[in-house]
Design a protein around this ligand. Structure first.
Ligand code: CDP
Length: 224
C-alpha cells in the first residue's frame, strides 16, 4: 500500500467529511486539518469587531491581520482540536448559529480566500495530511494524491446536525437548521471564486444510506 501524501476531502455541510477525515488521520497517523475552522474564525472576529458582514474591504483587512492557530486538543476536553484567535481560545464559539449564518458570505470574499489559502498550503505542503473543506481538491491542492467528495441529501445532513446539537445539550430546531444549510450550500456552490464542486478526478461518495464505518471501509479499500 502506498499511502497518499495529501488527502483532500470536500463536500457540503454535515456530509460526513470531518468524521471520515478523523478516522483516516488516526488510521494513517496523519494530521487532520479542517479548513472550515479558519473561515469560521475570521467570521467570529468580524462579528466581535462589529464589522458589517457586507463590508468586504474591512473583513479582508481583518483576515490579514488576525492570527489563527489550530492545535492539538486540551487533554480530556473531548475536542478534536483547539483553535485560538489572537492567542485566545475560540473553539466553542466558532460553532454558534451566528457564525453558521455569516460564514458563507465571509468566505466568498476573494481577499479572505487568498489569505486563508496561503496559510492552508503552508501547513498542507508538509504532507501526511487529511485536509477537509470546500475547495481543497479544486484550488488549494489540485495535486492532492487522493480526492474525495462527500454528498448527502439536505434532509439527511440537517438530521445529523440536529442530532449532534441535541447530544451536546442544546434544543435545536430542525427546520431552522435545514434552512440555514440550504442557504450556505447555495452561497458556497454559486460564488465566483473557488465554488463548492467536485474536482474532475474526485471520488464521489453519497453517504445518505451509509454508516460512518461503511464510508471508512470504502475509502480504505480505495487507498489499498
Ligand atoms: O462543519 P460544516 O461542514 O458545517 O462547515 P465548515 O466545514 O466548518 O465550513 C464552514 C463554511 O466555511 C462553509 O460553509 C464555507 O462557506 C466555508 N469554507 C470554504 O469556503 N472553504 C473551505 N475550504 C472550507 C470552508
Amino acid at each position: 500500500m502506498t499511502e497518499p501524501n495529501i488527502i483532500a476531502i470536500d463536500g457540503p455541510a454535515a456530509s460526513g467529511k470531518s468524521t471520515l477525515a478523523i478516522h483516516l488521520a488516526n488510521w494513517l497517523d496523519y494530521l487532520y486539518f479542517d479548513t472550515g475552522i479558519m473561515y469560521r474564525t475570521v467570521t467570529l472576529a468580524a462579528l466581535r469587531a462589529g464589522i458589517d458582514i457586507e463590508n468586504e474591504a474591512e473583513i479582508t483587512g481583518l483576515a490579514n491581520r488576525i492570527t489563527i492557530d489550530v492545535k492539538s486538543p486540551t487533554p480530556g476536553s473531548g475536542r478534536t482540536y483547539d483553535v485560538t484567535l489572537d492567542g485566545l481560545d475560540v473553539t466553542d464559539e466558532i460553532r454558534t448559529a451566528a457564525v453558521d449564518a455569516n460564514v458563507s458570505p465571509v468566505s466568498a470574499y476573494g481577499g479572505v480566500r487568498k489569505a486563508m489559502t496561503e496559510k492552508q498550503r503552508a501547513i498542507g505542503s508538509r504532507g501526511k495530511v487529511v485536509m477537509v473543506g470546500r475547495d481543497i481538491g479544486t484550488v488549494v491542492f489540485p495535486e492532492a494524491d487522493l480526492k474525495l467528495y462527500l454528498v448527502a441529501s439536505v434532509e439527511e445532513r440537517a438530521r445529523r446536525r440536529h442530532q449532534e446539537l441535541l447530544a451536546s445539550g442544546e434544543s435545536p430546531d430542525y427546520q431552522k437548521i435545514a434552512e440555514s444549510m440550504r442557504k450556505r450550500d447555495d452561497i458556497d456552490s454559486h460564488r465566483s471564486i473557488a465554488p463548492l464542486k467536485p474536482a474532475d478526478d474526485a471520488h464521489i461518495i453519497n453517504t445518505d444510506h451509509l454508516s460512518i464505518e461503511q464510508v471508512f471501509e470504502q475509502v480504505k479499500a480505495l487507498i489499498r
